[in-house]
Design a protein around this ligand. Structure first.
Ligand code: ADP
Length: 159
């Protein structure tokens, strides 16, 4: 069955861990929508337009991937995109409890199933918050983020 899936997150900023899940997920479905979330209650380093444009740049070579931004319930975004599946990445330390709860809630709300891909061992420690922490102290995050991310990240940290 051809499937259309949504991979949502803050992507503040997109990391190579996210990109690995996007590549592997896109290989499993007909079309993958990457949904960049904007939650007014959350504080972001990069605004939604910047986060979205960095995801667009990183995924430009992937023919069956598109990028949108959204706010509100993830299942509403999934329905608006005509998708029937949520894609999530699972890292071994800390992701499971929250992802399990969210996955069950989303299925209960809408019937939409969640597909989990295990984080690649080489990417398991990578998170947007760790990248921001390293970069804020002058560390080199080039190995952990797609091309084009370091410049805007350093710029935002300087503000
Ligand atoms: P949020 O914290 O708002 O959910 P993130 O952008 O941090 O958004 O994460 C989005 C998704 O990407 C989640 O499913 C998360 O588990 C997954 N993810 C984040 N970092 C990695 C990584 N290094 N490897 C695999 N999956 C990851």
């Amino acid at each position: 069955m051809a499937r259309r899936a949504v991979y949502a997150g803050s992507f503040d900023p997109i990391t190579n861990g996210h990109l690995d899940i996007i590549r592997r997920g896109a290989a499993l479905v007909e079309h993958l929508v990457v949904a960049v979330g904007h939650n007014p209650k959350k504080r972001y380093l990069l605004d939604v337009a910047q986060r979205r444009s960095l995801v667009e740049r990183a995924t430009a070579g992937l023919h069956n991937v598109s990028v949108v931004s959204f706010s509100g319930l993830l299942v509403s975004c999934v329905q608006a995109e005509g998708a029937d599946m949520i894609l999530r990445g699972l890292r071994p330390l800390g992701d499971f409890d929250l992802e399990f709860r969210n996955g069950l809630a989303n299925r209960d709300l809408s019937g939409v199933e969640t597909l989990f891909l295990l984080a690649d061992p080489s990417q398991q420690f990578i998170s947007s918050s760790l990248i921001k922490e390293i970069a804020s102290h002058g560390g080199d995050v080039t190995p952990y983020v797609p091309e084009g991310v370091v410049g805007p990240l350093q710029e935002a940290l300087r503000l």
